[in-house]
Design a protein around this ligand. Structure first.
Ligand code: PEP
Length: 250
């Protein structure tokens, strides 16, 4: 297993004040967690204040999206350059909600991953199948296409894959550890055949109704290197329990 990574995806939640209040509670609760990487992804408007509040901590900052150009006439967009400027180290790319509500295709996602890497931002590249696709036994076909098109002409260094079965996002329906491991193992093998042995270092994290109760069983899977947490990351004490899953055990 690679060094674990736990990411909080706040989606369209939290004002600046709420972000600062969350961070104030989280920092002391997460300060002894030195054996995993902890990342929070607030909305764009709270990134600057989050950066200032996290400065002396072991918690890093992510954006939830970016545009692939550095600058220009693209009203309403945010560039990788701006994310670096505001203190981000990571960026979530290709979340299923962006694919579903904002028509992001694998081709667009590929451009975004390239743009992030160009500016040394670590892309958290999301992939996953819908319920209909799983029921039609198309999970591996969908994952294969998303990987091949999303990672086209991209080197393995500095990428993170987030496997997020769409049917498990925000539904309270977590994939069982066996279901998660099966797909993570498929992704690992695909990466190994695409990139060679360096791919063993690529972190593959799981997202989809991760909670303080199920994190440990998911993290016990050999190919699960971490979690991307939505709903359960909105309360600092709940997210702190997730990042402290190892310490709670001992
Ligand atoms: C997500 O938004 O990436 C996610 C996994 O959400 P939730 O944990 O609420 O299912």
């Amino acid at each position: 297993m690679n060094r674990p990574l736990i990411v909080a995806n706040w989606k369209l939640n939290k004002t600046i004040n709420e972000t600062n209040a969350f961070i104030e509670v989280l920092i002391p609760l997460a300060k002894d967690t030195n054996d995993i990487d902890i990342v929070i992804a607030p909305p764009f408007t709270a990134l600057h204040s989050a950066h200032l509040a996290l400065k002396e901590s072991n918690i890093r900052l992510s954006a939830q999206n970016l545009f692939h150009e550095d600058k220009g006439a693209f009203t309403g967009e945010i560039s990788p350059l701006m994310l670096v400027d505001v203190g981000c180290n990571y960026v979530i790319i290709g979340h299923s909600e962006r694919r579903q509500y904002f028509q992001e295709t694998n081709e667009i996602i590929n451009k975004k991953i390239k743009a992030a890497l160009k500016h040394a931002l670590t892309p958290i590249f999301c992939i996953g199948e819908s319920l209909a696709e799983r029921e039609a036994e198309k999970t591996f076909d969908i994952i294969r296409i998303q990987l091949a098109e999303g990672l086209k002409e991209i080197k393995p260094e500095g990428i993170i894959i987030a496997y997020e079965p769409i049917w498990a996002i925000g539904t309270g329906k977590t994939a069982t550890p066996e279901q998660a491991q099966e797909v993570h193992n498929f992704i690992r093998n695909w990466l190994l055949s695409f990139y060679g042995k360096d791919a063993s270092k690529i972190r593959i994290i799981y997202g989809g109704s991760v909670t303080p109760e199920n994190i440990e069983s998911l993290m016990n899977c050999i190919d699960v290197d971490g979690g991307l947490v939505g709903g359960a990351s909105l309360k600092a004490d709940s997210f702190a329990k997730i990042v402290n899953y190892r310490r709670r055990k001992s």
